[in-house]
Design a protein around this ligand. Sequence first.
Ligand code: ADP
Ligand code: MG
Length: 489
Amino acid sequence: MTIETPQVQTLHADHPAPPGERLWTDALEQTRSRSPASFEQWFSSVQYDGFENRVLALTARDEFVRDWVKAHFIPDLLGHLARLAGEANQANLRVKWSISNRLERPVCQARRRTSEPPPPSATHGSGNTVGRPRSERPSRYSRAQLTAALNPKHTFPNFVVGPSNELAHAAAFASAGGGGPRYNPLFIAGGTGLGKTHLMHAIAHKVLDERPDSRIVYVSAEHFTNEFIEALQHHKMDEFRSRYRTDCDLLLVDDIQFLAGREQTQEEFFHTFNALHDADRPIIVTSDKYPQQLQRMPERLVSRFTSGLVADIQTPQLETRVAIVRKKAELEGIELSDEVAVMLAQSVQSNVRELEGALIRLAAKSSLTGRLIDEEFTLGELAMVSPRRPELMSVEDIQRAVCGHFRLSNTDLLSKDRHKSVAFARQVAMYLCRQRLKCSFPELGRAFGNRDHTTVMSAVRRVEALRQRDPQVNMHLEAIEQRLASSES
Ligand code: ADP
Ligand code: MG
């Protein structure tokens, strides 16, 4: 991503920066956007000395500054640098620190009161390639506020696409000008922790990257409501309306379900929507429900929401979850074997945020204890966090319980053996996996000796039907379920 302030562009035009310096400037901008105020504070005590041969040279005013910056900014910064430099892994990059209490060219100027004009060196200093922070743009709703609200990691390249989210991803990409039909509005619906906000941020990042002058407004519906109430109270409705209607080229509203029952805000949002829609400006909305399921939402708003494209995000399947774990590990610089990635993806099934949380916890524990993230360690950690969670149950656990009950070996269960008793046990196992783990049919087909998904589908239907009419089948199922319950506790 190359978001450039005008100051940076001027500097490049006057003094073409060496490639390392250019990468550094871009990586720095991305790191800054996460927490501009704290960034300014710490980087006024750090100096950039060069980036060559994968080594970033920095000088800190003292050890305390060095250690803080190392702990709180360097991982993120190196992540950006590695990506911009085309390095597969940020572990390939190194930082060489020096200490000096006399910094000639600190990355940021020391903190000033906002009423003071910026020092000339901030824009024209010879060595300082970092432009003035965006927060100094005159607008009240400046670019800095937008970038501070966006997670720099929530970009399109960092979003893993799978069958559960491909429509929402394609529509989001198109509405950011990425090609393909653009729908207005785009309504993204999906359960919590499945990537709706990630896609919103990705749209904003892409548009900012490609059209830096676009006026993008990204808010949660809750924030919209609060701002509206504040504007009413302080007689600032004109300002509020220009922000959302006239001064807005792209409106992104997250978690629209928050408007439920808030009639006055709904009314205001309805007019905002119409003004933008009439001007053919894109509106993207997310929600944890489909428009028709939104409670206490007026019909005219619901019909506006459905007038473009409603794209949903479902729970990702195992393959997508594994790819997400790998992507997150790569972004965080965590080394992970394929086995551990699969284990994690199997253990947390319904929420990507939780999946990510499990990975981060694992990495934190591993760095604290110095233990390698191998299968044994992962298993122990997962069990410790939630020993009784049904999500921890895997296809293998169910296969084991079924084999135990019918006195079969696992090889028999997964074999092509069509003998009646083996086939029945296999069908029961498939049924239980589908019922308890909500695995997809193709996923189950692979887990059961690479069978076709239609075979799994008919097995599940058969056992479902038998369960209703054959008490013996029911008895088998109950006995296996008891086995599973005792192995869970
Ligand atoms: P939601 O807004 O739907 O509740 P978020 O967008 O906040 O969910 O996603 C929760 C976390 O999961 C974020 O860190 C996000 O990056 C991650 N995430 C969700 N889906 C994906 C995906 N397909 N690829 C990569 N990361 C994802
Ligand atoms: Mg969200």
